[in-house]
Design a protein around this ligand. Sequence first.
Ligand code: NAG
Ligand code: NAG
Length: 533
Amino acid sequence: MRALGVLGLGALLAWVPPAPAETYSAMLSIRQALGAEGRLLRLLRTYLQEESDRLSDLARFYNKVQALHQEPAASVDNPLLAFGLIKRLRSDWLNVVYSEAASENTRELQAGFEALRQELPGPEDLEGAAQALMRLQDVYALSVKGLAKGVFEPAGARSPLYRPGQPVTLSADDCFHVGKVAYDVGDYYHSIAWLEEAVDLFRLSYGSWNTEDLASLEDALDHLAFSYFMAGNVSHALSLSREFLRYDPSNLRVARNVAQYEKLLEEQGTAEPGPPRRPDGTRLQTRDAYEELCRSPGTQVRGGGVPRLRCTYETNGSPYLLLQPAKRETVRLRPYVALYHDFVSDAEAETVKALAGPWLQRSVVASGEKQQKAEYRISKSAWLKDTADPAVAALERRIAAVTGLDVRAPYAEYLQVVNYGLGGHYEPHFDHATSGKSPLYRMKSGNRIATVMIYLSSVEAGGSTAFIYANFSVPVVKNAALFWWNLRRNGAGDGDTLHAACPVLAGDKWVANKWIHEHGQEFRRPCGPRPED
Ligand SMILES: *[C@@H]1O[C@H](CO)[C@@H](O)[C@H](O)[C@H]1NC(C)=O
Ligand SMILES: *[C@@H]1O[C@H](CO)[C@@H](O)[C@H](O)[C@H]1NC(C)=O
């Protein structure tokens, strides 16, 4: 069995075997869900074959009897035919009409499905996936209409952020599901946008019907009308409810709503609030700056025209680096942030991902003295000890050489490997502890002095690392390592390091984090009294 890192924050949680649920919070799990659907497809193919055999047999019986009715007059002269008619009516038709074959086929399909159910996403996954689409809508300023058409173009932009390899669109029922998730938590800003799209699409396809759909035009109108009512737009709630009654005039509840809306409008007149505003549910005071940075393609590295601050080949006095100097790009001086290009090889990145894969668990955040899941961090992670594999040990040696810091336990946490999920992100946070009660101090080696974050994959769009107060972002650069100091020389946290992982718009984002603590670094990064250092 592979040694699993349990030092660092991993030490504080009892290890539990990976839960089958939590599909949406890591791309690896989402890929695994494809396997489950593959098996469902095979089940359905068997069912279709059996049903089609059953129907051909029914058709055979129909054709046989139908042929006898071609000449009804002659058909009973022959005693054999007369017998046949009586036998059919007494026996054959009963067997045909009360055949169990259809329900046996259905039962087999359902039993196969139930056997797989453990592996299928749960309600929290559908909710998480819907929230992810709404997050991408918000952070990247995408219109719901555009998204439903498969277009990832921010409002006012001249080109899309992401061009899918093949066109994919959303159905009316897809949009209904997203809107319903918002509706159920009273978020009428998002429910209106998504249900509006659902209503438009259902209107276009009215009259046709898909087995897989949960909702209909009436359901979408009903929820949309109530969303408008809750958002204070009674006149629009009224007109949608009237449209509903055209399709389903016998619905008493909606008829009562119509009467109530008419009465309200009479009393309150046309004084209505404007369109609903986006909920401020997130804990971000820095939301606008964060989203602005996420939308910008990255101020460094790929920013055509932006002069690079400084690129050097670094040996850092380390014999290790004489052979293969680190390619350092200084991204910012204050706070000090550097990007080391080609820090790992493709093969090393694949090895680290493969080692971590089986151990991935939903990432947690420090909340007071405890750690818990949070909507503002959507990923799964695993801790790898340097003894897990020679590749991890080699990586640790390189981190030590490049940073000049002591990264042996307990001066640093084990390597944390992170796989982001659908719309996976980590809202603005500090890596260092900002309270003396933080679980970070349980390692008894001080606060996190520095962070090394290695990008183990590339993404197709999104996923930049945004430094909010410092006002710059670093895009995902495959195989590069980002380094920054979290603490000033006097040991105080550097507020300018507030940073975030922007939501992944498209792709599979993996990073490896190494958090280096204060203890052990006394002679490597001497303290200084000046707070500005
Ligand atoms: C109510 O909603 C409709 C449809 O979105 C809109 O045209 C109208 O301006 C809204 N009314 C108010 C007062 O916001
Ligand atoms: C952040 O930087 C951008 C240019 O990269 C600039 O337009 C913007 O005004 C800056 N924002 C702040 C708050 O300094």
